[in-house]
Design a protein around this ligand. Structure first.
Ligand code: UD1
Length: 366
């Protein structure tokens, strides 16, 4: 009897928020034994702190290929990943491509596959901010329309896709792969001396991340944000691991005048998880952090006007505060006065999303 041929997949990751999403998928695919997986790193994020440390912390195998595209304008970066992925997919002829999230590498890789008639699985499909000035919103819309499996993480994902006319059989509610990674790593993170190293006490600080173009690309917005954050820091220390794009904006727009916050280098996955899990609250403009704080039960103030992850507001601990100093100040006040939302863990954010995704792929491709 001849052995059944393996199902051949290419999995793509490019930027920091992709790495924690592919980790449980790559592990689950390897465990099943019926898949042959080629892992491609596009190189969109390349710094040790933005990429290598995540592979190490999360036990992701060394990528089979690194396209080394690096930074560039959106068009240039997307075009380069598209061209490189076309070559990879033409040579490898996989049965399907798996992409995650909403970064430039996600849309570029899916476009390459769709043109070669290679089916695409999009993990974290259907999320919509309804704000097309946000680069990720364009990436989400395009990726979803050319994907064959749309794996959604919260009910709004399926609702958005149905409203856009997506065929019902393509939509699979599977839960949240990012939370698979959080659940798998929380106890390891709790063993780290992150707080001791940073001179912090549990519950005695706030954690901040900031990198979106809408917050950091204009001087006026950036100055107003730092003014209010410095004011809050007089009441509670704010620890701020600085994204390279934000470091560059501080240099360019503020002439290097550093805000008086506890600025540190970007942290690895486990250290940042530890930092979030013990914070009094988190201030962020990230997508994923809204979800992680919901699961950790830590209040999250999101410095954006909208979110593509509404369940973190309706069921979780998230509050939108935009970039208006008065709103930020008022919402921080509420938390410091003990009025933070309690929240609960959404359905399917249970550590088993990757397993549900691989079940569907095994059924459809086996
Ligand atoms: C990207 C994603 C965003 C995600 C974010 C998380 C898109 C459109 N955006 O934004 O959704 O939330 O990653 O980090 O794909 N840089 C370095 N070293 C690196 C990577 C970047 O110095 O390893 C600097 C470069 O100057 C680069 C800038 O950061 O130009 C921005 O990087 P880029 O990948 O274009 O977008 P992000 O802002 O990181």
């Amino acid at each position: 009897m001849t052995a059944r041929p393996k199902i051949r997949l290419v999995v793509v990751a490019g930027a920091r928020p992709n790495f924690m999403k592919i980790a449980p998928l790559v592990r689950e695919l390897a465990a099943r034994g019926c898949f042959e997986t080629c892992l491609v790193h596009t190189g969109q994020h390349y710094d040790a702190a933005m990429s290598d440390s995540f592979f190490r912390d999360l036990g992701i195998p060394e990528p089979d290929l690194n396209l080394g595209v690096g930074s560039g304008s959106h068009g240039a970066m997307t075009a380069q990943v598209l061209a490189e992925m076309e070559t990879v997919l033409t040579e490898r002829k996989p049965d399907a491509l798996i992409v995650v999230g909403d970064v430039n590498s996600t849309v570029a890789a899916s476009l390459a596959a769709a043109k070669l008639c290679i089916p695409v699985a999009h993990v974290e499909a259907g999320l919509r901010s309804f704000d097309r000035t946000m680069p990720e919103e364009i990436n989400r819309l395009v990726t979803d329309v050319i994907s064959d499996w749309l794996f959604t993480s919260e009910p709004s994902g399926g609702e958005n896709l149905r409203r856009e006319g997506t065929a019902e059989e393509k939509i699979h509610f599977v839960g949240n792969v990012m939370i698979d990674t959080l659940q798998a790593n929380l106890s390891r993170a709790r063993e780290l001396d992150t707080l001791g190293r940073l001179g912090l006490e549990a519950g005695g600080y706030a954690a901040l991340t900031l990198h979106r173009p809408s917050n950091v690309d204009e001087r006026e917005t950036l100055v107003a944000l730092f003014d209010v954050l410095e004011e809050i820091q007089r009441e509670i220390p704010i620890v701020f691991p600085v994204h390279p794009r934000t470091a560059a904006a501080i240099e360019r727009l503020l002439g290097g005048r550093e805000p008086k916050l506890r600025m540190i280098e970007p942290l690895g996955y486990l250290d940042f998880l530890r930092l979030m899990s013990e914070a009094r609250f988190v201030l962020t403009d990230s997508g994923g952090i809204q979800e992680e704080t919901t699961v950790l039960g830590i209040p999250c103030l999101t410095m954006r006007e909208n979110t593509e992850r509404p369940i973190t507001i309706h069921e979780g601990t998230n509050t939108l505060v935009g970039s208006d100093p008065a709103t930020i100040r008022a919402e921080v006040r509420k938390i410091l006065d003990g009025e933070a939302p309690e929240g609960r863990i959404p359905e399917g954010w249970d550590g088993r999303a990757a397993s549900r995704i691989v079940d569907v792929l095994e059924r459809d491709l086996g």
